[in-house]
Design a protein around this ligand. Structure first.
Ligand SMILES: [Mg+2]
Ligand SMILES: [Zn+2]
Length: 179
């Protein structure tokens, strides 16, 4: 049986967005995240797809990036949340790489490696680039956005499946849709 996955943005979705985090002390879960992921991981594999262009832009060092990543992994393990994969794009936009979201490449690579059925999977993130990447990969999408926040331009709206105020609410919507 093919696997289903939740592809998850990291900053602003799982952990609080601190703009190019360079210190492990800055890693903190968005409230409600642990409960949500613990529940949903019984049915969906969890895979992180994250743009970390702070490295490519020279705003943070590779060592700082790795220290933050290690802390992130450690904190997930400490609350028994299992990530099937964690994918990063470290490039600056100017490098015109093929992995940076809104490219679907990280999602497609992960799907191939872990035998994920994309049409039964979701991409959840707090930027338009997240849902564009998800849609391009063939996933369902949930945009995390504070209430009353305008959802992209008209041409971008087609990428937004559902909206939710945070990851916890997004996961609840997935659970409720299944009935
Ligand atoms: Mg984000
Ligand atoms: Zn890249």
């Amino acid at each position: 049986m093919p696997n289903k996955a939740l592809f998850l943005d990291r900053d602003g979705t799982i952990i609080i967005d601190t703009d190019y985090p360079n210190d492990p002390k800055m890693v903190a879960f968005v409230p409600g995240t642990i409960e949500a992921l613990r529940e949903i991981q019984r049915e969906y594999k969890l895979i992180v797809v994250s743009n970390q262009s702070g490295v490519g832009r020279g705003l943070i060092t590779q060592e700082q990036f790795e220290a933050v990543h290690k802390q992130f992994v450690k904190m997930l393990e400490s609350v028994n949340i299992e990530m099937t994969g964690i994918y990063y794009c470290l490039h600056a936009p100017e490098e015109k790489c093929d992995c940076r979201k809104p490219s679907p490449k990280m999602i497609l690579d992960a799907a191939e490696k872990h035998h994920i059925e994309l049409s039964s999977s979701y991409m959840i993130g707090d930027k338009m680039s997240d849902v564009i990447a998800g849609k391009r990969a063939g996933c369902n999408t949930i945009l995390i956005t504070p209430e009353n926040h305008t959802i992209g331009t008209d041409s971008e709206k087609k990428y937004v499946g559902l909206t939710a105020s945070d990851l916890h609410q997004a996961v609840n919507q997935i659970i409720n849709l299944k009935g």
